[in-house]
Design a protein around this ligand. Structure first.
Ligand SMILES: NC(=[NH2+])NCCC[C@H](N)C(=O)O
Length: 319
């Protein structure tokens, strides 16, 4: 699935001024989402899950990865979100994890500063490609290291920032916190061990007051802080989290996309969530799931109706 810049620009033109770029939460209805084509996906021994898979003989099957990615794109489209697919780069084997090199804020895309050396080039590439879609791009983060998998723009006024010291360090976390605090948001920084890679492998929003959480791994102080903010947690085991079972994407209105095989659909149905599962083992074997593969560009409160009404037009313009 090759996508070039001319096509990206055409997508931008057809989207027109109707798109309200920006994300104020992890669970408002998702209307526009960026993905990076996985043509150059390869397992890099840069995180615990991938190291374990390589030890067990895993090799990426490119055709299978592309087919799984296409199914993810289709699931997003069916859910009323417009997928924007940009090309990856031959020197960036992890760039399909679109979440990590940039952060969509309420004020535009913030190019980040990945801590993993092999991912550093991604930030500038992503920023250029996102700009070509017509999305406002902010000045890049100036200090420290930050990856998007560590940031949860949880709900309007509250951002959570994971800080392992490796992918995201104290200076980078503080720089992101300052940006949000300048706009009157509360920013909470949570320090954890680099073994767990990113905050989004242990924690992900389901709604404005509920999240999936690997409670065995998250520290009690952080769990208490979440409880004080009125956030209820649905526990996920450490084994499930290693299979990216925490790494879900809330679509808004109680709809959720998850990696298949995690049993979340049955667990979340009684809580009123409709979970669609997508097979993504080519990607989970390289350490990332649905949340890592998607970078929301626009979430619009109350947009479900709009997405449903115009989905024919929007789908026609996508990809
Ligand atoms: N947001 C995420 N959890 N991304 C997962 C990225 C996985 C990738 N192999 C890396 O280690 O960088």
């Amino acid at each position: 699935m090759k996508v070039d810049f001319a096509l990206a620009a055409a997508q931008a033109d057809r989207a027109g001024p109707a798109v309200r770029w920006g994300v104020r939460s992890e669970s408002d209805p998702l209307t526009d989402v960026l993905l990076v084509a996985p043509d150059h996906l390869a397992p890099v021994p840069c995180c615990s899950v991938t190291r374990e898979k390589l030890r067990d003989g895993h090799r990426t099957d490119g055709d299978r990865a592309r087919a799984q990615h296409r199914a993810l794109v289709e699931a997003l489209r069916r859910a009323g979100a417009m997928p924007r697919l940009i090309p990856g780069d031959p020197d960036c084997p992890d760039m399909a994890y679109a979440r990590d090199a940039g952060l969509m804020t309420p004020w535009g895309l913030l190019p980040l500063a990945p801590g993993a050396p092999h991912r550093r080039r991604e930030a500038a590439l992503l920023a250029d490609r996102v700009r070509a879609l017509g999305v406002p791009v902010l000045p890049a983060i100036g200090e420290g290291r930050v990856e998007g998998g560590d940031i949860s723009v949880f709900r309007d006024g509250l951002v959570l920032i994971g800080c392992s010291g490796e992918r995201t360090d104290a200076a980078g976390a503080a720089a992101v916190a300052r940006l949000f605090e300048r706009h009157g948001w509360e920013a909470l920084i949570y320090a954890f061990d680099p073994h767990f890679l990113h905050l989004d492998t242990q924690f992900a929003a389901l709604s404005a007051n509920r999240a999936l959480a690997c409670v065995d791994v998250l520290e009690d102080r952080f769990l208490a802080t979440l409880a004080q903010r009125g956030i209820d947690l649905v526990p996920v085991s450490y084994k499930a989290a290693r299979q990216l079972g925490c790494n879900i994407l809330a679509l808004g209105g109680g709809r959720v996309l998850a990696t298949s095989g995690t049993g979340l659909a049955a667990r979340l149905a009684p809580l009123g969530f409709a979970v669609e599962e997508v097979a993504l083992d080519e990607f989970t074997s390289c350490g990332g799931g649905v949340h890592c593969l998607t970078l929301p560009l626009a979430r619009v409160p109350g947009a479900a109706l709009r997405a449903a009404t115009v989905s024919g037009v929007r789908a026609g313009a996508a990809l």
